[in-house]
Design a protein around this ligand. Structure first.
Ligand code: FMN
Length: 324
């Protein structure tokens, strides 16, 4: 093996900078990067795990998966495949991945550019549904990670709405779960994390209500005229339900989300149906007992002339990326 040169390490460093923009549960950004002399290491930051909502670390690993995939999108834009060793050391389970520059490819910056355009858009979407060909592309994006995109058919939408309502009510009455939401929606500006009122919106007119992430402050983003009538609801589904699956589900989530962003669509995750165990089980049954739901997503066409959602804050590279 030839020794990685300075340029390779610089490319990995740039990839970790792009990965700062990855989406995460309640914008906890539960990761750290360490640059070694030959590769980058992605570590889970357990201090940022949510004890009430995420005792098993599912959403933490999903979030780390989005960061890992964002980094690979940046490497591809620079003209290289990513070489990834996932959870390489059983003695150190929080070492999520080692990332190296792989073989050269034709530079492909479509998903990389989408990193800086992507937002969680919680507003109701337009009546026009996403094009079927794009939904097929999203399915393919998930399958690249052996994860399946199950588009919820119309006859299951009532069951999904009931699952969302039930999970939301359960979380609001559970002291540990509601404390997590309160903590991460009232962070100070200096923390550069958490969800702020300016990315949250009132429900508006729609049949599946958005999660209440505003226990302390009213949402300040206008919902606009959309009614979610064209919105597609989908589940990312894994074959097994182990930490390795949660990580790849996160990579698939990022791939799907960046792909739909590149096609002019928008999305927001619905993870309360995963956090509340009986509801997660009900969705597993809805899938006929085949496959494990890792996260739900609403995907739609943004209402025309809608203002862009303001970018959510992120911690800086100096806080998150350790140098060799
Ligand atoms: C694993 C995961 C679960 C999430 N769950 C929800 C959710 O249930 N409801 C929601 O509105 N946003 C959810 N989000 C979106 C995050 O709140 C969002 O990514 C974060 O606040 C940063 O904002 P941004 O995506 O606009 O950059 C989730 C994101 C991830 C990665």
């Amino acid at each position: 093996m030839t020794k990685p040169g300075r340029a390779e390490i610089d490319r990995i460093a740039e990839a970790t900078i792009a990965a700062l923009r990855a989406p995460s549960i309640l914008n906890t950004q539960p990761w750290r990067w360490r640059l070694a002399t030959t590769h980058g290491e992605l570590w889970a930051d357990r201090a940022r795990q949510l004890p009430g909502l995420d005792p098993d670390g599912r959403l933490l690993l999903l979030s780390c998966g989005t960061a890992l995939h964002h980094a690979t999108a940046a490497l591809r834009a620079a003209g290289y495949r990513a070489e990834i060793e996932r959870r390489p050391d059983p003695a150190r389970p929080d070492l999520i991945a080692r990332l190296r520059q792989g073989s050269p490819i034709d530079p492909d910056d479509e998903l990389y550019r989408a990193i800086y355009q992507r937002r969680t858009d919680r507003r109701p979407f337009a009546d026009e549904p996403p094009a079927a060909a794009v939904v097929d592309e999203l399915r393919a994006a998930a399958e690249r990670h052996n994860v399946h995109l199950h588009v919820v058919p119309p006859d299951q939408l009532t069951a999904l709405a009931a699952a969302v309502a039930h999970a939301g009510a359960a979380e609001q009455t559970d002291p540990g779960m509601s404390a997590d939401v309160l903590t991460w929606t009232t962070r100070s500006r200096d923390d550069r994390d958490g969800v702020t009122a300016r990315s949250l919106t009132a429900p508006g007119r729609r049949s599946i209500a958005p999660r209440n992430l505003s226990p302390a402050r009213p949402p300040s983003l206008e919902p606009g005229p959309g009614q979610d009538r064209g919105t597609v609801y989908a589940l990312l589904v894994t074959d097994a339900d182990e930490p390795a699956d949660w990580l790849t589900a996160g990579e698939a989530l990022s791939d799907v989300w960046l792909t739909l962003t590149a096609r002019g669509l928008a999305a927001s995750p619905i993870s309360e149906v995963i956090e509340v165990a009986p509801v997660r089980l009900a969705l597993h049954r809805l899938l006929g007992g085949v496959g494990h739901p890792a996260i739900a997503l609403r995907i739609g066409v943004p209402v025309s002339d809608a203002d862009p959602v303001p970018p959510a804050v992120r911690r800086s590279g100096t806080d998150v990326i350790g140098l060799p």
